[in-house]
Design a protein around this ligand. Structure first.
Ligand SMILES: O=P(O)(O)OC[C@H]1O[C@H](O)[C@H](O)[C@@H](O)[C@@H]1O
Length: 650
């Protein structure tokens, strides 16, 4: 059960006792702004006030150093009469109002996830994922699950007032974001208001949420509250059923359902207060028996331990296969710290020298993102400082990972896909490996030399995984689906997008090689040819209706290349699933490429480039710029980034 209130800056003067004391202490600590969200969990009797210190001297007014403060005490809010809970505050809403309401929900869709701004105070970043919104999304998910169970239309499954239907069961986890507890409580209320029974896991990982469904058989659905590597003020939701992560179309349906639930409650677009007032009332209606806290991570960690034990299958040391090894984890203060303490250490690994294992939603050390140079540099430094045998770098919610070998060599992106391909192809000779569209020529060659087939598909981990599933269904064996971002799924792991599973495979490989005296894990990469330079330039499409402009630019690029206008050394790659990838003959057997594509979610054209010559990336940027200036001058494109890339070597 959870209670809510909105805390505006006026609230300070209305506070009393300990609450006021703490809030004033925050103010005394420096120029601060109390943000507009706060939550009280009545179970723990604690309040979290999220604040952001603003630094007036800084170039922008962007909040730095967010922090959350726990205040213990009793919530002072009176319980409203139950009857008022279910009575919409106003009459039926009009069609126009419904459209406006739906816009609010719709803009939260980020492919197959939900993403929004959950903490106020960063200039130009408006709050969009509020507790009110989360409440109705939770409600809608429970109703959606129910409708799937009954094979009924979503709208008829449950009404807002109806808690008598048999419950669906949902597990709910979160990453350490500051807005996590507040949104968790809102989701719980929404789920429970639709009759769901909810187990909250607290800090958990995305793969662990899916695992909770398949391993226990207890849950119809799971939700992970996370915005992956996004800044502290973002948050988001990933949803699972027994069939895996929800698809884009499911999320659209879910958000439509949330709009409908909002409308049923009589909540109008742009009315946060009535929305939150409704939320408060509904929260009070939740039967406490419907919600319980479950410490699930140890069960999941035991599963990962078991995979390592069975994978290594050491006769001498079955229970401690990692003894004698030093393995460090850099969790970037996300959810991945458990991997060191609850997976590696109990198997005998020495994990001293691991970094940033403690969850901290302000991410004070580096972005938890294995695609980001700062995260990889930190992981590599951890390995070197500890003279470790292996380093593992996770993203915030542990659906992505990368590794570092014992020399401190960073193995992410193409290298990590190559390493996983080598392991996979040994066990499944000839298998197809699906990747995103920006992988290197070297990777394709590497996979083919090992007897595998590389299908370079589209950006987006969900696209990559769905393609692999589709291939298997059609009779083409595909055991590995991986994106350069560090997302990866394996057929034998329920096709689950799972950074911890990839890390487990790397650990098993390390031990097996050690036992067989085969040298370091990165020996597997000896045949991987690497480009001299790689780069990405993102070009903004300035018209809000950006898609058609992007498509026009792509068509023009296609025509430019195939007509030979681009130059005799440019030729179109024979197979393209997204945008147009151009092969660049760089002479003396050297081969570069340029891919022009539209961003998956953003109003951007993206140029990805790779060259085997030093300075080749800059030349490629100059030539794409020249194309844009001559052929796309009627399109609303902001070429500043491309001009900068063409003017200097990035
Ligand atoms: O198309 P882009 O803007 O490069 O973004 C593409 C990325 O979008 C999201 O973050 C997905 O989670 C990633 O899987 C994908 O790679």
């Amino acid at each position: 059960m959870a209670l809510f209130f909105q805390l505006g800056s006026n609230a300070l003067s209305n506070m009393s006792g300990r609450h006021k004391h703490a809030a004033l202490a925050i103010n005394r600590a420096g120029p601060t702004q109390i943000l507009s969200n706060a939550a009280i969990h009545s179970s723990g009797m604690r309040a979290i006030i999220t604040v952001a210190k603003s630094s007036p001297g800084a170039q922008s007014d962007v909040a730095t150093a967010p922090m959350s403060i726990l205040i213990t005490g009793k919530p002072a809010l009176p319980s409203p009469p139950l009857a008022s809970i279910l009575k919409p505050p106003q009459g039926p809403i009009t069609g126009v109002q419904l459209v406006e309401l739906h816009k609010r929900f719709k803009k939260l869709q980020n492919g197959s996830d939900v993403r929004g701004i959950a903490i106020d105070g960063v200039p130009n970043e408006l709050l969009s994922l509020t507790p009110g919104i989360a409440f109705f999304i939770g409600f809608s998910f429970a109703r959606w699950l129910k409708s799937k169970q009954e094979k009924a239309p979503v709208s008829s499954a449950v009404t807002l007032a109806d808690t008598s239907v048999p419950p669906v069961r949902v597990s709910l986890g979160r990453d350490p974001r500051l807005s996590g507890p507040m949104l968790e409580a809102a989701l719980v209320s929404g789920l429970a208001a639709a009759g769901a029974e909810v187990d909250t896991f607290g800090i958990a990982t995305t793969p662990c949420m899916f695992y909770s469904i398949v391993a226990t058989g207890n849950y119809n659905g799971a939700i992970m509250l996370t915005a992956s590597h996004m800044p502290f003020n973002s948050n988001g939701l990933k949803f699972f059923t027994i069939d895996g992560g929800l698809e884009k179309t499911d999320i659209t349906e879910l958000l439509q359902g949330a709009t409908q639930a909002c409308a049923e409650a009589g909540v109008l677009a742009g009315e946060p207060l009535s929305e939150n007032a409704y939320l408060l009332r509904s929260a009070l209606a939740v039967n406490p028996g419907q919600v319980k806290q479950v410490n699930f991570l140890p069960q999941y960690a035991a599963f990962l331990q078991d995979l390592i034990k069975k994978g290594v299958a050491s006769k001498d040391s079955y229970h401690f296969p990692l003894s004698g090894l030093r393995i460090v984890v850099d969790a970037g203060n996300g959810s991945g710290g458990f991997f060191a303490d609850q997976v590696l250490a109990p198997l005998g690994a020495d994990t001293r020298g691991s970094r940033f294992l403690d969850p901290d939603g302000s991410f004070p050390n580096h972005v938890p993102n294995p695609e980001h140079p700062s995260a990889m540099a930190s992981g590599a430094a951890a390995v070197r400082e500890a003279s470790a045998d292996l380093g593992i770098v996770f993203d915030t919610d542990v659906d992505r990972s990368a590794i570092v070998d014992s020399s401190g060599r960073e193995i992410n992106s193409n290298r990590f896909i190559a390493l996983m391909s080598a392991i996979t192809l040994r066990e499944h000779p000839g298998t197809t490996i699906v990747t995103d569209s920006v992988t290197s020529n070297g990777l394709t060659e590497f996979i083919s030399k090992l007897g595998g087939k590389h299908l370079r598909f589209k950006r987006g981990y969900k696209n990559v995984i769905s393609k692999g599933i589709e291939l298997n269904k059609s009779g083409e064996e595909c055991h590995l689906m991986m994106e350069t971002s560090g997302h990866g799924a394996v057929k034998n792991n329920w096709y689950l997008d799972d950074g911890s599973y990839l890390a487990v495979q790397a650990v098993i490989e390390l031990v097996r090689r050690r036992l067989a005296g085969q040298g370091d894990i990165s020996v597997l990469l000896d045949d991987l040819k690497e480009a001299a330079e790689t780069g990405e330039v993102r070009i903004r499409i300035t018209d809000p209706d950006f898609k058609p402009h992007g498509q026009q630019a792509l068509q023009k690029f296609h025509d430019y290349v195939v007509s030979g206008k681009g130059g005799a050394d440019w030729s179109m790659e024979p197979v393209n699933f997204e945008g147009w990838r151009v092969f660049v003959d760089e002479g003396e057997g050297r081969r570069g490429w340029i891919l022009l594509r539209q961003s998956l979610h953003d109003p951007l054209l993206v140029v990805n480039m790779e060259s085997e010559i030093k300075g080749g990336r800059q030349v490629a940027a100059e030539r794409v710029l020249s194309f844009m200036k001559t052929e796309c001058n009627n399109l609303p494109l902001d070429l500043n980034s491309l001009e900068a890339a063409a003017a200097k070597n990035l």
